[in-house]
Design a protein around this ligand. Structure first.
Ligand SMILES: Cc1cc2nc3c(=O)[nH]c(=O)nc-3n(C[C@H](O)[C@H](O)[C@H](O)COP(=O)(O)OP(=O)(O)OC[C@H]3O[C@@H](n4cnc5c(N)ncnc54)[C@H](O)[C@@H]3O)c2cc1C
Length: 461
């Protein structure tokens, strides 16, 4: 009898786990992958993909409004939420089937069951079966936080449920100031819902550049979203189909749904980590790993959101690929977590890469800022009251562009490309030497000639 049933057992069929399973199988490993819910994981089933589909759908509201300035009259456009949700579900089912087929094609075996550790080399499936594995990859992702158990928390939904509401709420209260809260606030506002966003901090999008935070907030407020900062939801009462959210500042807000998007935690509960001896990172509550995603136990690795490093799909995929190449491809690879571009699909959207102004000032003694806020060409005819923001952060001693922040239509697409230049250590002179492409919004990135701010830190006496 062979010592191990498989060379690799992957726990979790999400972005990272699927990539690792496929690549390891391609390297000749005998692979089993367990998924307790649906293949594809958070990103495909209840994250990036369905979210972006809803963003597209809600943005059409803007397009219809903007059409009039260009001579189009669109008589009584109507929107049907159940049709959107049904079509979205069909697309997600198609993707889930594609993920399943690709894993099977690679030679890895899928088991549709929860898996937990019995010891460092043995997994127990919910079916009762025990599987002995030479290596184990933990790729169990994350889950929404519900925060404190406030009275009425049972009435509160998370992003998971928001994707499956049977009725579009006429009024919704969303607690949170991060990207998921903002994206859903803008999605519902686009469909005509009355949206109140509640955030405990002084401004939304903590961790983003301060100009981005202020700009997005003012644009969302122009769209009619009420943003209440410096307070929290302390209690939720239900009366029939309605809810009242009682806030820490004494105010209350009535709505048809209450959603919390106040962060996510790594999925480590009940995994049997203690039986395997896998250590948790006390700094972030995720599984502790080294640069190769190896845990405290030599044959066990962890990747993606469960490590709580950078919780993004492309990062989980890279980490899964790097793990498979390192362990089964005889090619040790460490993932570079620097300068990861990221987006917020709010309306207007945000694209950002590299350092914020505040971070750059903490890192470098001389920092130049190039900033421009302007009315996009389309808005001149549509009459929409909106402005774009473009900002470059430059280390003035080396002339390197160390940060780029954009708010406005196409921001995410632009920043994906700017991220290549930044990764290649492009200087401001390289940006200036690049010919503008006219007429675009992106040309602003290569035509901002004069710094709008210069910061020089005096050497300590
Ligand atoms: C609303 C929302 C929007 C998002 N938008 C974006 C975006 O625009 N861009 C972006 O890059 N990222 C986005 N993300 C984040 C992205 O979805 C995650 O970073 C990514 O899915 C992480 O992949 P993963 O493989 O680590 O985990 P997941 O994709 O979460 O996969 C983990 C899988 O493991 C399964 N599982 C857990 N425990 C077990 C067990 N014991 N046994 C068997 N199976 C188990 C789960 O069911 C799940 O399918 C979004 C997330 C959310 C919630």
């Amino acid at each position: 009898m062979a010592e191990f049933d498989v060379d690799l057992f992957v726990i979790g069929g999400g972005s990272g786990g699927v990539r690792a399973a496929r690549i390891a199988a391609g390297h000749g490993a005998r692979v089993m992958i367990a998924e307790e819910y649906r293949m594809g994981g958070t990103c495909v089933i209840r994250g990036c993909v369905p979210k972006k589909l809803l963003v597209y759908a809600s943005h059409i509201h803007h397009d219809i409004e903007d059409a009039a300035g260009f001579g189009w009259s669109i008589a009584s456009a109507t929107f049907d939420w159940p049709t959107l949700i049904a079509n979205k579900d069909k697309e997600i089912a198609r993707l889930e089937a594609a993920y399943t087929a690709n894993v099977e094609k690679s030679g890895a075996r899928i088991v549709k069951a929860r898996a937990v550790f019995e010891n460092p080399n043995t997994l127990r499936l919910a079916t009762g079966e025990a599987v002995r594995a030479k290596y184990v990859l933990i790729a169990t992702g994350g889950a929404p936080n519900h925060g404190f158990a406030i009275p009425g928390i049972e009435h509160v939904i998370s992003s998971n449920e928001a994707f499956h509401l049977s009725v579009l709420p006429k009024r919704i209260v969303i607690q949170g100031g991060g990207y998921i809260a903002l994206e859903f606030a803008c999605i519902f506002a686009g469909f005509g819902s009355d949206v109140t966003l509640i955030y405990r901090g002084d401004n939304i999008l903590r961790g983003f550049d301060d100009d981005v935070r202020a700009h997005v907030r003012s644009e969302m407020e122009k769209e009619g979203i009420a943003i209440l900062t410096g307070c929290t939801v302390n209690r939720v009462d239900k009366h029939g189909e309605e809810f009242t959210s009682h806030l820490s500042n004494g105010a209350s807000v009535a709505s048809d749904q209450v959603m919390f998007a106040i962060g996510r935690h790594p999925n480590v509960a009940g995994l049997g980590l203690e039986k395997a001896g896998v250590a948790i990172n006390p700094g972030n509550g995720g599984i502790a790993v080294d640069g190769f995603s190896r845990t405290s136990v030599p044959n066990i690795y962890a990747i993606g959101d469960v490590t709580h490093r950078t919780n993004l799909t492309p990062v989980a995929i890279r980490e899964g690929h790097a793990f498979a190449d390192t362990v089964f491809g005889k090619r040790p690879v460490q993932v570079d977590h620097a300068e990861i571009p990221t987006a917020v699909f709010s309306q207007p959207e945000v694209g950002t890469v590299g350092l914020t102004e505040a971070q750059a000032r903490a890192h470098f003694s001389h920092v130049d800022i190039y900033k421009s806020s302007f009315r996009p060409m389309k808005a001149t005819m549509s009459g929409r009251d909106t402005r774009m923001l473009m900002k470059l952060v430059v280390d003035a001693l080396t002339d390197r562009v160390v940060g780029c922040h954009i708010v406005g239509d196409g921001a995410a697409e632009m920043v994906q490309l700017v991220a290549i230049a930044i990764k290649m250590k492009a200087t401001k002179a390289d940006f200036d030497a690049t010919m503008a492409l006219h007429p675009t919004a992106a040309e602003e990135l290569v035509t901002m000639r004069t710094p709008t701010a210069r910061h020089v830190r005096q050497a300590a006496e």
